[in-house]
Write a protein that binds this ligand. Sequence first.
Ligand SMILES: Cc1cc2nc3c(=O)[nH]c(=O)nc-3n(C[C@H](O)[C@H](O)[C@H](O)COP(=O)(O)OP(=O)(O)OC[C@H]3O[C@@H](n4cnc5c(N)ncnc54)[C@H](O)[C@@H]3O)c2cc1C
Length: 464
Amino acid sequence: MVEASEEVYSSLHHRFRGDLLRPGEGGYEDARSIWNGMVSRTPALIARCADVSDVQRAIRAASDAGIVTAVRCGGHSLAGFSTCEGGLVIDLSKMREVNLDSAARRATISGGCLLGSIDTATQKAGLVFPSGVVSHTGASGLILGGGTGWLTRRFGLSCDNVEGFTLVTADSSVVRANSKENPDLFWALRGGGGNFGVVTEFELKLHPLRSVVRAEGLSPEPEIRSLLECWRDFMAEAPLDLKWNIDLRLAPHNKRVPANLRGRPVASSSLVWTGDPEAARPYLERALSLCNSDSARSRSLPFLNLQTMADSEFPHGRRYYTKSGYFTYLDNSTVDRLLEAVATLPSPETQIELAYLGGAAARIGAQETAFGDRSAPFIINLLASWSEPSADAGNVSWIRALFNKLRPAMTPGVYINFMSGDEQDRVPEAYHERWDRIVAVKSHYDPTNFFRLNQNIPPRKCSS
Ligand SMILES: Cc1cc2nc3c(=O)[nH]c(=O)nc-3n(C[C@H](O)[C@H](O)[C@H](O)COP(=O)(O)OP(=O)(O)OC[C@H]3O[C@@H](n4cnc5c(N)ncnc54)[C@H](O)[C@@H]3O)c2cc1C
C-alpha cells in the first residue's frame, strides 16, 4: 500500500491544482478526521481537489496504482465510508460553488457543498432545496442516498429534486446523467449512493419558501403511548404542509425544559408547517395538546433558522452508531418495544428518531428512482451518541438489541444513509426488486468496483 500511495503522489504532485496531504504534513490531522468519532483511520494520501480535472487525475492515478479510494463531501457518513486506512481520499471540500438561476428556480452546486451553503445561497432569492436538517451535512452523500428533511412531505426527497448530474466515472471520463442523457445512470444516482462515480455537479430544482411555523413540546413517559398512537393515525390524514417528527430520548438539562422533566424519558415532538401560517393552527394545537403545556411552544421563523437549529446537537467528533428501518404501520407491539427501550436509554444523547414520510415523497413511483418504494411511511432511526470510548460496547449492543426486537415488524428495506458500516449484508434489501437493475448500471459504469467504500453494489463478474 505504501508503494501504491507513493506512486499516486508522484503521478499527481506536479499537475494537481488542489492540496495533497500526507501523514505528518501540516493540515493532515484535521483533514483526516470525519464527523463520526468512532471512525479514526489514516489514509496514505488526501487529495483535496480544486476542480473536475483534479478529480479525473486522482481517479486515474488511483486506478493505475490499484489503491483503495474513498470519496468525501461533508464527511458525515455514519458508516465512516469517507475515509480509509492506507489508501487515497478524494476530498471535495474545496469544490463548494452554488450558482443560482432564481428566475428559473434552478441552481447548480459543486460536489463538495454542505447543506448550509445551498440554503444560504438559495434563500437570497426566497427559494429552497429540500434537504436535511443539519446544515453541516454534506449535500452529495445526502442527495445520492435519497435525502429527507423538513420539506420532504411538501416537495419530495432531495434526489427527487435533482434534474441532472455531472460525474467522473471509474475510467476518469466526465459523464452527464439526466432524463435524456444516460437515463439509467440518472435513475441509479437518485438513491444508489456513491457507487457510480464522483459527482462534481448537481442540477437542482428549487421551490419558493421563506419562513415556516415551528412547534415543539415534550410528552412525559406515561403519555408516550397515547402520543404515538395519536401521531400514527393523525399523520396518515395530515396535509403535506405538516411534518411532525418524534424523538424518544432523555429530556436535556436546560432551562427550556420544565424542571420535573429534565433527565427523564420523554417523547420530544418537533413540528414544521410549510403552508399558510393561518391554516397551521388546528394541526399544531392538536399536536401540542398531547405535550406538557409548559414545554409546548410555537412560532414563525425564517427558513435559515430552522435549518441550523439542530446543528449543535450533532457535533463533530462524538461517537455515533445507528440502525434504521421502515414500518408500514406502527402496531401496538412495536409501540410496546419502544416504550421498553425509552426506559433503558444508554446515554443522554441517544435517541430513537421517528418520522412520517408520505406526502410528495410518496407520489414518486417505486420504479422511478433507485431509492424505490416509498409506501412504508414510518421511518425509524436508532441513533446512539456518546463521548467516551469505554462506552462503545454498551451503546452499540443497546442499538443492536433494540433493532433485533423491532425488526420482525419492519417492512423490508432500509435508507442507505442511516446505515452503519457493519450492515453491508442489508444493501440488497435497500434495493430489493430493483437489485438487478442497479447491479446492471454499476457493472456498466464501474466494472472493477473502484468505488467500493460505500453501501456497495458489487458489479457482475467482480470478486472484490
Ligand atoms: C449530523 C447528521 C445529520 C444528518 N441529517 C440527515 C437528514 O436530515 N436527512 C438525511 O436524509 N440524512 C441525514 N444524515 C445522513 C446523511 O445523509 C449521510 O450521512 C450522508 O452520507 C452525508 O453526506 P456527506 O456528503 O456528508 O457524507 P460523506 O461522508 O462525505 O460521504 C458519504 C459517502 O457518499 C458518497 N459521496 C460523497 N460525496 C460524493 C460525491 N461528490 N460523488 C459521489 N459520491 C459521493 C461516498 O460514497 C461517500 O463514502 C445526517 C447525517 C449526519 C451525520
